[in-house]
Design a protein around this ligand. Structure first.
Ligand SMILES: [Ca+2]
Ligand SMILES: [Ca+2]
Ligand SMILES: [Ca+2]
Length: 364
């Protein structure tokens, strides 16, 4: 029941900040609850894509043909849950750790599905990756750019199944329409668009890293970085090393507050970010030290559309409210997979003191 009970209790508090310039005004409005605004700007209506839209907008780098001799989608889906459980058990075994040793040792944050020659097929929260490990060279992950509309049917029982030919990655599955009920952490609902599909992606396409910054073009496109610029936000730190690669950091009192709230220690890998959806510049301009962030504003909705936003942005924050009773104290409501509650930030002697209170546990 991840977000079922989640409500941003828009504690509308008077705020006597008098914005002076246009820019200043927009930051204030985007960051603070202001009584004049009254309520949040209504969200843009999400328009569900038709099956034709999905086929038309299917990523151009993925070629597909239909193959009559494969399992039908209905059949695959029937066993999907059992297969996923089997895979979850398999990744805990020594057999798994030994079979994928050379990949696993370097990049344990991926889940490995199959191994062909010097390549492994792996997944993480963004989707499927091809990981190359040649000799003593460092393992190199390439994102495959398969959208949620490409349902891949891999053989969980055979980690040596063939997914690689000389020049391309081949996977079988179906093209589907996916609908998720954002309030429930349950499996999504699928509607079949094209059954028995063989997907193929050219290796050259997969390995393309136009700006040579370490992320392949397909990954940069997916997470909203610039595939033709090493340093997307032009702050002097290349995308691959940048802990906040979409927005240049700017120090300010409230950026420091957000840093104190969110910059918790976490394994800092190049292939996992904490995604935050916010229109508040104080928030997206933070300079994190302990983990990597991707900030998106509600207008761009990159890379995931409305129907899956809740699953991609696992922590949500409300705007800032000035505390009516305590001076120099600000409140933010939050919700994550574990529960929801409020964060209180007090500014004392130039430093932020943060306290977090969980009001509701989701029991997961
Ligand atoms: Ca790149
Ligand atoms: Ca780049
Ligand atoms: Ca940068």
């Amino acid at each position: 029941m991840k977000f079922l009970n989640f409500l941003f209790l828009a504690a509308i508090i008077s705020c006597d900040k008098k914005p002076e310039t246009f820019n200043q005004k927009s930051i204030e409005e985007n960051c603070f609850q202001i009584v004049k605004v009254g309520k949040e700007t209504p969200k843009k209506q999400y328009v569900e894509p038709s099956k034709e839209d999905i086929l038309q907008n299917f990523p151009k780098h993925i070629h597909f043909v239909t193959n009559e001799h494969k399992n039908s989608f209905e059949n695959v889906l029937k066993h999907n849950e059992i297969e996923i459980k089997k895979q979850q058990e398999y990744v805990k075994t020594n057999e798994y750790k030994i079979y994928f040793k050379k990949f696993y040792e370097e990049l344990p944050e991926f889940e490995y599905l199959a191994r062909n020659r010097e390549f492994a097929l792996a997944k993480n929260k963004y989707g499927l990756w091809l990981i190359e490990k040649t000799g003593n060279q460092k393992a190199k992950p390439y994102f495959l750019g398969l959208t949620q509309n490409a349902f891949v049917n891999y053989d969980f029982n055979a980690p040596n199944f063939t997914f690689l030919s000389e020049n391309a990655v081949h996977l079988s599955g179906s093209i589907v329409k996916v609908t998720r009920l954002s309030s429930f952490p349950i499996l999504p609902k699928y509607e079949m668009i094209k059954d028995n599909v063989e997907f193929s992606i050219q290796l050259a396409e997969i390995k393309k890293d136009s700006d040579q910054d370490g992320y392949n073009d397909l990954f940069e496109q997916f997470i909203g970085l610039n595939p033709t610029q090493k340093d997307s936000d032009d702050d002097g730190v290349n995308d691959f090393e940048d802990a906040n690669p979409r927005y240049a950091s700017v120090s300010s009192k409230f950026s420091a507050m957000y840093e104190a709230i969110v910059d918790e220690t976490s394994p800092k890998t190049h292939y996992s970010f904490t995604e935050v959806l916010t229109d508040c510049d104080y928030f997206n301009q933070i300079n994190p030290k302990n983990r990597k962030f991707l900030f998106y504003n509600t207008e761009e909705q990159i890379p995931i559309k409305e129907d899956v936003l809740d699953h991609f942005f696992s922590v949500k924050y409300s705007k800032i409210s000035e505390n009516k009773f305590y001076p120099n104290t600000y409140d933010i409501d939050y919700a994550d997979q574990k529960g929801s509650g409020s964060i209180s930030a007090e500014f004392i002697n130039g430093k932020w003191k943060i306290s977090k209170k969980t009001n509701l546990y989701f029991g997961v």
